[in-house]
Design a protein around this ligand. Structure first.
Ligand SMILES: [Fe+2]
Ligand SMILES: [Fe+2]
Length: 353
């Protein structure tokens, strides 16, 4: 038994240096941490399961954690279906968020003191793994949103620190869909109750991420990824600050574009999907850009997004200039999808480490 993270390990699962020591010590350290922390018995159960499941010869701790999170949430989301049918979505939300927050507490507990900045990447990795296990389609969507958002940020010369917030927000913006049963996410045609449940992903996602204090800027961007400046009185630069408002505007424009143009799962019958209460056909790029204007997306963001879509092959070829290798690994399924569907002539080379 060996957990490859914490003060007892030399190297974290993503290859970050941590302080030295042996396997059994780090397990003890982890258990001590759990015992000393004012957490629930349930969190301890989850931690115990992860410790039991962790095996150096088996999939990495990231995968182990991701699977733990998925099974925890899967169980809960299965229970939410009848609750929604009973018109008690608030109870469903409570169940899901409790399970999710247990996981986040677990993630906080195993954080090594030496990993501060890079721990964000570790959490993103775990969550994206969980998302891909839960819904391949949503992982693809998040990967594309992350790639295009970062490309816009490059186009708009946004400072590096903010680009990092934007990338993390792109990767995690729909993480709340972990709390929605994949039976609903993958259904062709959904009813009003199910739509209501899918809409809950915003609340669930924010609830999940706000537990991690160093993600506070990311949470603000995620919270507003479906906001419309016309109807949402909090979605204003005066309230969020110019930087975060701009980042949220970028994310929502890219999110809307991919939602409209891709063959998303929870659409209606025969290539129709729901958007803003209407049943509409999957959009062409031209129609989608018209819709972005109707949606009050910011003009400078739309201009940059047009360039990013038009010159997608170039952005893919030069991906190393705005994504380090480690991050490219996170978004690879989205890049592969874009090459296959939109830019067949694009060549892709993994940037060097
Ligand atoms: Fe969303
Ligand atoms: Fe999305």
């Amino acid at each position: 038994m060996n957990i490859r993270i914490g003060p007892g390990s030399k190297m974290s699962p993503l290859g970050y240096e941590t302080s030295g020591g042996g396997g059994i010590n780090q397990t003890r350290w982890l258990i001590d941490k759990v015992k000393k922390s004012p957490t629930t018995v349930r969190t301890f159960d989850v931690v115990s399961n992860v410790i039991k499941a962790a095996d150096p010869d088996q999939p990495s701790l990231v995968n182990t954690l991701a699977k733990e999170l998925v099974s925890c949430l899967h169980l809960i989301s299965e229970q939410t279906l009848p609750l929604v049918e009973l018109k008690r979505p608030e109870k469903a939300e409570e169940l899901v968020t409790t399970a999710a927050s247990d996981f986040i507490e677990l993630a906080n507990l195993i954080k090594s003191p030496k990993m501060d900045a890079d721990f964000v990447d570790f959490i993103v990795d775990v969550m994206l793994n969980a998302l891909s296990l839960h819904s391949e389609e949503n992982y693809r969507h998040s990967a594309i949103v992350t790639f295009r958002s970062a490309a816009i940020a490059k186009e708009m010369k946004i400072p590096e620190k903010e680009v990092r917030w934007l990338k993390t927000a792109g990767a995690l913006h729909d993480i709340g869909k972990l709390g929605v049963s994949e039976r609903i996410l993958s259904r062709k045609g959904i009813n009003e109750n199910e739509k209501q449940l899918i809409d809950q992903h915003l609340v669930i996602g924010v609830y999940l991420l706000q537990k991690i204090s160093w993600l506070k800027h990311v949470v603000i961007i995620v919270r507003h990824h479906h906001a419309n400046p016309l109807f949402d009185s909090l979605f204003k630069p005066e309230i969020l600050g110019e930087e975060l408002y701009s980042l949220a505007q970028i994310l929502r424009a890219v999110d809307i574009l991919d939602g409209l143009t891709s063959d998303r799962s929870y659409k209606g019958e025969k290539e129709y999907r729901r958007f803003d209460g209407r049943a509409i056909k999957t959009f062409t790029m031209g129609e989608a850009f018209e819709a972005l204007q109707e949606e009050e997306c910011r003009e400078d963001v739309i201009v940059a997004l047009r360039d990013v879509v038009k010159n997608g092959a170039t952005y893919i070829r030069n991906i190393g200039s705005f994504f380090p290798q480690r991050e490219v690994k996170f978004i690879l399924p989205g890049i592969e999808y874009l090459i296959e569907k939109e830019y067949p002539s694009a060549s892709f080379k993994m940037p060097s480490a």
